[in-house]
Design a protein around this ligand. Sequence first.
Ligand code: NAP
Length: 352
Amino acid sequence: MIQIDRSKPVLVTGATGYVAGWLVKQLLEAGFTVHAAVRNPDNTQKLEHLNAIAAAAPGKILYFKSDLLMPGSYAKAMEGCELIFHTASPFTSNFKDAQKELIDPAVLGTKNVLDQANKTPSVKRIVLTSSCAAIYTDAADLEQTPNGVFTEDVWNTSASLDYQPYSYSKTLAEKEAWKMSEQQSQWDLVVVNPSFVMGPFLNSETGTSESLALLKQLGDGTMKMGAPNLGIGVVDVRDLAEAHFKAGFTPEAKGRHIISGHNSSFLELAQILHEQYGDKYPVPKTALPKWLLMLVGPMVNKALSRNFIRKNVNLPWKADNTKSVDSLGLYYRPLKETMVDSFQSLIDSKAI
Ligand SMILES: NC(=O)c1ccc[n+]([C@@H]2O[C@H](COP(=O)([O-])OP(=O)(O)OC[C@H]3O[C@@H](n4cnc5c(N)ncnc54)[C@H](OP(=O)(O)O)[C@@H]3O)[C@@H](O)[C@H]2O)c1
């Protein structure tokens, strides 16, 4: 059982990210000194939201220049830290070379961060932000599960460099982390596996997350003809920050944790927004027929290939989040609150 000394600094990799932003906020508000590892500390625009949070919080933020692809670049950031939150990893469908832009940063990045932990005697626990993408690729994968539900025992076996490489990157990275964890006894590894993250954006002007890109597409008219009825799980970014926090500070936390509040669909997300905002924004209210999606999907988003549509559209998605509730004590807020707060944050920041 690992007890973390709360007076020590805590490292968050990828601190500029959507998910990390809310975690950094929670840590600063709880009075921690956060070592924020970012690629470019001189890009002040990307740090504005974190600086504003820090200015109003009892905690302190210190920036360190680190890159997933540069071995040794996390050394300074990790110094004196007992707890590491490794969130950095690209989540985008906007890539040209999946190996270079997704797989390498995810896998070599995880290796670099964990290698550095092996060289940093203060480190006691690493919380890795994996994903439900390391559990499944397609909603159709549910059929292969023992009880028709995704659990922590299930691993993604269907993603590859050519098919849903983001899911492949998360699967390989999490496997690498477990392998490295088993080879040492200095620190323990606790993994969070979030489903699709929604919730307010702290950084909608500079954000790179696919969550932001997809929500924008729901609100900017890209999908006004209809939304794909894709089975997905959804979790609020604020609940996910709490999950990371609990994973870090619960001494007996162990293993993987599915962090997913709702078994839902992309269509349901659109319908919630339409109910709330009516026709004020071109939010889709109906499902785009599968045949039409087959035609236009690949043009709208690279991830919407015909193979993907076949294995996901009009299929349910179901995950068991019991472990997160029982062992981390998580509470998941209602889906409507998540979606309305997400969309409102884009409206307020004039991102749509
Ligand atoms: N959003 C979701 O639905 C979701 C679901 C499950 C899991 N996750 C996981 O959550 C984590 C954060 O995702 P997010 O949605 O918050 O995306 P995001 O906002 O795009 O954050 C990604 C972070 O990774 C950093 N990064 C990317 N390449 C890097 C590199 N070569 N060196 C150092 N840092 C690098 C980015 O830094 P820069 O600012 O410098 O680009 C950014 O801080 C990822 O591990 C993702 O797989 C996300």
